[in-house]
Design a protein around this ligand. Structure first.
Ligand code: GUN
Length: 282
């Protein structure tokens, strides 16, 4: 029988350290500030944005939100981004995804200055991640590395299998694993015989949005299983992993809710503090 990782405890501990870093910045006259842009009608985005907001308050980080309805023109958002890029009091800019269908998200994300790209979605920051030289890395995969660091600090030579190939989770996750010397397999919706891959994984990360896709028979004995999924089923939140049964075979499994989501929001603050520090050096 394995263990459900206590992500809440990990994040609480990390937050205490981050608070000290924020205090130090404040003593130098720098108050980290995040700007969030919301241009969609997704309930999930609203929940996510309100969690970010709450954590900013808790940590003493300034936060401002711009909410647009579907009449917004792309130019309006781009003009706002240019203004924020040039505002020395703003350290991080986050455009919540997805955007309304008529907006070109690629173009909008490229308008954010790479120096204020708190999500690490700008092509310059993605390129640096591929080189292994970047420090602003997308929050969900970076947060997963924080969790792994607690239970399995050395992943060199391990078999890491990522299920999902999104730009937000799957792809940057695979890059981070590769940078740490793991042997990486990236699976996705077109992968044949998913179980053949997942059952070899020492570390399995699942980010598909398919409720309980991963069952006990699909995981390796003694493995670490990280569940990124958040699915609503009969009013309950459940992950992409059948946690209750998978934990019988795996060594560690992250819970849903109260798992990866917590580290994602925390890591955003870590990225913001990092950006505030590097902008302060200019
Ligand atoms: N939508 C879902 N996850 C994310 C995220 O990490 N960042 C942004 N900007 N949008 C998202």
């Amino acid at each position: 029988m394995g263990e459900i990782i206590n992500v809440k405890e990990i994040v609480s501990r990390k937050k205490e350290n981050l608070k000290l870093e924020i205090e130090e910045l404040k003593s130098k006259g720098i108050i980290p500030k995040l700007v969030v842009i919301l241009a969609n009608n997704e309930d999930a985005s609203r929940v996510y944005v309100s969690k970010k907001r709450k954590l900013c308050k808790e940590l003493g980080i300034l936060e401002e939100e711009y909410i647009f309805d579907e009449t917004v023109k792309e130019q309006e958002i781009e003009d706002l981004l240019e203004k924020l890029n040039n505002d020395i009091l703003v350290h991080g800019i986050l455009v919540q995804l997805p955007l309304f269908k008529h907006l070109d998200s690629k173009k909008i994300l490229e308008t954010i200055s790479p120096k204020k790209d708190v999500d690490g979605f700008h092509p310059v920051n993605i390129g640096k991640l591929m080189q292994g030289t970047g420090s602003i890395v997308p929050c969900t995969p970076k947060g997963i590395m924080t969790i792994l660091n607690e239970v399995q600090p050395n992943i060199e030579g391990k078999e890491a299998v990522v299920v999902g190939r999104s730009l937000i989770v799957g792809r940057p996750m695979s890059a981070l694993f590769l940078n740490k010397g793991a042997t990486v397999t990236t699976c996705h919706s077109k992968t044949k015989n998913l179980k053949d891959h997942t059952s070899k994984a020492d570390i399995l990360v699942v980010a598909t949005g398919v409720a309980h896709l991963i069952t006990e028979d699909m995981v390796k004995e003694g493995s670490i299983v990280i569940d990124v999924g958040i699915n609503r089923l009969d009013g309950k939140l459940i992950g992409d992993v059948d946690t209750e049964n998978v934990v019988k075979r795996a060594k560690y499994v992250t819970p849903v809710p109260g798992g990866v989501g917590l580290t994602t929001v925390y890591t955003l603050m870590e990225n913001l503090v990092e950006l505030a520090k590097s902008l302060a050096l200019k």
